[in-house]
Design a protein around this ligand. Sequence first.
Ligand code: F6R
Ligand code: MG
Ligand code: MG
Length: 375
Amino acid sequence: MKVTLSIIKADIGSLAGHHRVHPKQIELAQRLLEEAKSNGLLVDYHVTNAGDDLQLIMTHTKGIDDGEIHGLAWNTFKRVTEEVSKPLKLYAAGQDLLIDAFSGNVRGLGPGVAEAEFEERKSEPIAMFMADKTEPGAWNLPLYRIFADPFNTAGLVIDPKLKAGFLFRILDMVEGRFVDLKAPEESYDILALLGTTGRYAVHGVWRRYDGEIAAAASTTRLNFIAGHYVGKDDPVMFVRAQAGFPALGEILEPFSFPHLVAGWMRGSHVGPLMPVPLKYSQCTRFDGPPRLIGLGFQLAEGKLIGPSDLFDDPAFDMTRAKAEEIADYMRRHGPFMPARLGPDEMEYTTLPQVLKSLEDRFKSSDEMSEKPSFD
Ligand code: F6R
Ligand code: MG
Ligand code: MG
């Protein structure tokens, strides 16, 4: 069968600050999606949280960018905001519902979306990833390694279906344009873009062997929509696994390296992406460190079988210990770059207001030899 997998997420308020989703928010979202399942709109659903972000994982047969599915997600976020976040006075209630003008698609309104339509295989394993306190560019390094680095993915050398390479659709989030580039022959061009994580992000990856979609990711940058800082665009993505796609272990392998990502504390700092089990899907130290959860599912006629909590494994203990060490090292820099983001990114934070208040006090460098005034 042809199935569509849509993961739509938003931060619509959380417990104890920007910390974690409240169980009652999850409960109501589950109830609303259950109704949509009984009405036949959804085949199946799973609701979870990545820190303070509510994640709606939905399967259906409507295709991508469907008005009813996006409408369901939008109304779910609205109702959870009105019926749970606001009455409980959860922090930043309704935060990501930036533009209240839904007309068929949540893209550009605040929530993040990763979705793709594909023919369900004989067996369809899928790995889903959700992160908090970071941005879509956080997926650039792992996606490159999964689909273009043979030192990570043995299948690129060994499996004929992988050996044909993958096509990366890369979005320029500043200019709102995209480019399709092919690995392996355009690997250096792919890296030339993906290394600029605040501007370029991977929207989707296709297998060149037969044009099958292999991965889909969210690419929203809230501050580009709102023009100011409104929280980081904690991203989601999913990757199809096995049988001509990267093996589950090849998909997880890049996350054994806790690479540095932007978005920690006030969306203004750089920190290591720490993979955690669901029970630790909450940000604490310095509002972080940026955290990642992974859920493994099988699809069975669109039904979501699972999940398995992918990072609930001692194999990632060393990664977590390394992440903590890096977090410590980065924090020792306090407000200094590069632990704090550079001026381009800080433009969207509250720092410009602070700098503006100093504007009148700057003098020309020609007057540097003047004695300072001590009044
Ligand atoms: C939220 C986030 C947090 C907040 C910080 C300050 O996603 O990244 O680090 O930016 O807690 O939040 P306010 O300004 O709401 O007190
Ligand atoms: Mg929040
Ligand atoms: Mg968040």
